[in-house]
Design a protein around this ligand. Structure first.
Ligand code: F6P
Length: 318
């Protein structure tokens, strides 16, 4: 192998740049040229491909977003789109590829592997929703952003004895809400894994209020409720004033944390080493603090219920 391609796909995640830097530096170490594919799979189909040198990736490890840009390509989801992508790879003489992205992006990587391209995946998503890895790149930074925002909301909630509902991202995974609450960020949490109905939330809030805790934070994962309806329900049932804050895209930006930079660096170098050693169709991950790799099909593995963490939360927030 003397040339490899790298792309970022799906929602951007802080730390993707550190992963790109690691891929380029490691590839150059093994005398392999790197081609940067712009805008994910769509850029691949459209042939937006340029050489990436070591100097292109200096001073990017601390930057959020992705210098390669990203997309969610519907064209690539179709067989015809993937065939076009394959042709472009052949034209550029690229037979090895590192794909950095979430579950959908790694699914795309699996398809390219089936078409004969040597592919290694790197999990890059703030959602932390892939079971085969304890952490994906971006999750830690986003968690810190969420906690910083929540800290500010708590200051004003305390001053006004107020209840706020905070909606965090995560798609269909409750890790951002769960870990925020574990880190002291909220009193009541509802996640896809442990969904609370309106009445349960009200009764938890009511018992906290009657025990003297008048400022309370309800953290919920996105896509679960009609927020206006939830706010109105709590206000009417408990006769209190409630505010709602959707943290939104602020969660995806910002400089990656040290943890994400180190994780991305380890994963980027490992991805190149796997290709050098003849592996394909695998994705890198982290389990019990060790960098691991599994077949790409593991990205679809069902998430184990994080029972230990929810139990911990119950002990803290009973
Ligand atoms: O997967 C990352 C993520 O930020 C999710 O948390 C969120 O649901 C989704 O992307 C938003 O996607 P889009 O950028 O396409 O609106």
């Amino acid at each position: 192998m003397n040339k490899l391609g790298v792309l970022t796909s799906g929602g951007d995640a802080p730390g993707m740049n550190a992963a790109i830097r690691a891929v380029v530096k490691a590839a150059n170490y093994y005398h392999i040229d790197v081609m940067g594919i712009q805008c994910g799979y769509q850029g691949l189909i459209d042939g937006e491909i340029h050489r990436l040198t070591s100097s292109d990736v200096e001073n990017i490890a601390d930057r959020g977003g992705t210098i390669l840009k990203t997309s969610r390509s519907s064209e690539f989801m179709e067989e015809a789109g993937r065939k076009k992508a394959l042709k472009v790879l052949k034209n550029f003489d690229i037979n090895s590829l590192v794909v950095i992205g979430g579950e959908g992006s790694l699914k795309g990587a699996e398809k390219l592997h089936e078409l004969g391209i040597n592919v290694i995946g790197i999990p890059g998503t703030i959602d932390n929703d892939m079971a085969y890895t304890d952490y994906s790149i971006g999750f830690d930074t986003t968690l810190n952003t969420v906690l910083e925002c929540i800290g500010k909301i708590k200051d004003t909630d305390f001053s006004h004895d107020k209840t706020t509902i905070v909606e965090v991202m995560g798609r269909y995974c409750g890790d951002l809400a769960l870990y925020s609450a574990l880190a002291g960020g909220g009193e009541i949490i509802s996640t896809p894994e442990r969904k609370l109905d309106f009445d349960t939330m009200c009764s938890k809030l009511s018992s906290r209020i009657s025990s003297g805790k008048k400022d309370n934070l309800v953290i919920i994962t996105e896509r679960m409720y009609d927020l206006q309806e939830l706010q109105r329900y709590i206000e009417e049932k408990l006769n209190i004033s409630v505010r709602t804050t959707v943290l939104g895209f602020i969660q995806r930006g910002g400089n990656p944390s040290a943890f994400d930079r180190v994780l991305a660096t380890k994963m980027g170098v490992t991805a190149v080493e796997l290709l050098v050693n003849g592996h394909s169709g695998h994705t890198v991950g982290m389990k019990e603090n060790k960098i691991i790799h599994r077949e790409l099909e593991y990205v679809h593995a069902e998430r184990a219920d994080k029972q230990d963490k929810y139990r911990l939360l119950e002990t803290l927030l009973h």
